[in-house]
Design a binder for this molecule. Structure first.
Ligand code: NAD
Length: 502
């Protein structure tokens, strides 16, 4: 069935030069207010929407509504009914599939092919997976002998945390938001979400999907705005928010940690990365080149799991760099809606300046530029967008800042190694620890090296292959805790152990 969206540009039939308004969603209503900020299309720098920034009073209202919702119908639903409604949210996303895709493409500039094959299907899948999982989730029980020889039965019951604050970034906006909202709702919580200021659209569209799916008012609330001094900080400091789940930069995680300290909230942090790939000479060469091309350039390098450090065994180093260069130069930067486009712009002018500043730094640090390093010229409106060329460097010292710091663009440094021990040591020489990939046809070595990686996720002969039931998260600066499958359910719920003397 075709749906019409209240906040969808196309469904409203607005002519292209009219700018839409993206509003907060509080207690089941879309709420406007002042001030507003601009939502910019990264492909051509045009303003596509004005966004209502939530003030402190509106954040308060959202949190109050979320708290009230726990006392109402939502708090009384059986697990089976809650799961059924989450499936309906997934249905509603699928019914408005094209609207979600267009909103995501306009906000992020990512290729339409990517939004429609990854972001939006995964959003629906997040609801389905956690709806099914909560129905299956078992409870621990133990029979205990008491000191006087009697028996006691221990069993744990799962209870919601309460109101969960969800703060998310711009790189995979809907995918990462629903990755947290779906398990939080599955566990019976209510949420107040603060999507990135760069990508406010799909979180707002999701509110309409929630309404259609029969999610009671107050269970899902959206407050737009920024971090410090704005909606983000209001959420983290608020005494009536019971937990914060956050995806974003490591330094933002540190700021949030300070902010939640006085109210002692549990946090789940999915943070930055400086991920390594290790390519052994015995790999399937074609597969490794293709895999690394994805791992470095997908979503214009703006995936936390992207590889920015590639270590290649000396014997195939030259050949590998040439092959990866050919892949980089074969990418098609362009209008996101064009079928042949497989490289979109970066998210913002500010982020492009950050990436370009690392290219300048790499030069100062002595890098050899293999390809890229600049800005493509189109000769049309895209020159006002935030595109950069896919870039490869070699020749940097391992201590160089460009090898140590997260750049978050379509860029990698490729370095040679001679021995497995050397490769493992270089890959692990980082304060981050999110993901790694190993490329080898020697499976014994694949297992051995994978188990030595100080990260939360290691792929062997693949990258970004996700089973949503598996643990996801990082070590060191890359995060705190694990989400995914039962790990998510354990974060988004409290266990009450009940001990009964028999
Ligand atoms: P960011 O940390 O700048 O912002 C993320 C969110 O936090 C935004 O909604 C922002 O408004 C909010 N925020 C900022 N400061 C805040 C504060 N003091 N208090 C409360 N909220 C605050 O991150 P970004 O630039 O949007 O995203 C890119 C980063 O996210 C990269 O470092 C990337 O590696 C990381 N990331 C990690 C994962 C993961 O799963 N580990 C996934 C995607 C992205």
């Amino acid at each position: 069935m075709l749906r019409l969206c209240l906040s969808c540009y196309d469904c409203l039939g607005l002519p292209g030069n009219l700018v839409k308004l993206i509003r907060n969603y509080i207690d089941g209503r879309f709420v406007s207010g002042k001030p507003e900020f601009a939502d910019v299309n990264p492909a051509d720098g045009t303003t596509i929407a004005h966004v209502t920034e939530a003030n402190a009073a509106q954040v308060d209202e959202a949190i109050y509504a979320a708290r009230q919702a726990l006392r109402g119908e939502w708090g009384q639903l059986s697990v089976r009914e809650r799961a059924a409604r989450l499936h309906r949210v997934a249905d509603a996303i699928e019914e408005r599939f094209d609207c979600f895709v267009q909103a995501e493409v306009a906000d992020t500039g990512k290729p339409l092919s990517l939004a429609s094959s990854l972001d939006v299907p995964r959003a629906a899948a997040n609801f389905r997976v956690f709806a099914d999982l909560i129905k299956m989730a078992g409870l621990e029980s133990f029979q205990t002998e008491t000191p006087d020889g009697a028996q006691a039965l221990n069993y744990a019951v799962r209870k919601p945390l309460g109101v969960v604050g969800v703060i998310t970034p711009w790189n995979l906006p809907l995918l990462l938001l629903t990755w947290k909202v779906a398990p939080a709702l599955a566990c019976g919580n209510s949420v107040v979400v603060k999507p990135s200021e760069e990508t406010p659209a799909t979180a707002t569209l999701l509110a309409e999907a929630m309404q259609e799916a029969g999610i009671p008012r107050g269970v899902y609330n959206v407050v737009h705005g920024f971090g410090p001094g704005s909606a983000g900080e209001c959420l983290t400091q608020h005494p009536d928010v019971n937990a914060i789940t956050f995806t974003g930069e490591s330094k933002t995680g540190a700021a949030i940690m300070k902010s939640v300290a006085s109210t002692v909230k549990p946090v789940s942090f999915e943070l930055g990365g400086k991920n390594a790939a290790i390519v052994f000479a015995d790999c399937n060469f074609e597969d490794a080149v293709k895999g690394l091309s994805d791992a470095v350039f997908l979503n214009t390098g703006q995936v936390c799991l992207c590889a920015e450090r590639v270590y290649v065994e000396g014997k195939i180093f030259g050949e590998f760099v040439e092959a990866l260069k050919a892949k980089a130069e074969g990418l098609n930067p362009g209008w996101p809606n064009e079928e042949k486009t497989n490289l979109g712009p970066l998210i913002s002018a500010q982020h492009r300046e950050k990436v370009l500043s690392y290219h300048r730094l790499a030069k100062e640090e002595g890098a050899t530029l293999v390809t890229g390093g600049g800005v493509p010229q189109f000769g049309d409106d895209r020159d006002r967008g935030f595109y950069v060329q896919p870039t490869i460097y070699t020749g940097l010292r391992e201590s160089a800042r460009c090898v140590k710091e997260e750049i978050f663009g379509p860029v990698c440094h490729v370095a040679p190694f001679d021995s497995e021990e050397e490769a493992v040591a270089m890959a692990n020489d980082t304060k981050y620890g999110l993901a790694a990939s190993i490329w080898t046809s020697n499976l014994k070595r694949g297992h051995r090296v994978a188990q030595q990686m100080n990260v939360g996720i290691t792929w062997v002969n693949c990258w970004f292959l996700r089973d949503l039931r598996t643990p996801f998260g990082g070590v060191g600066l890359s995060g705190i805790g694990r989400e995914g499958g039962m790990h998510s359910l354990n974060f988004y719920s409290e266990l009450n152990n009940i001990c009964i003397r028999l």
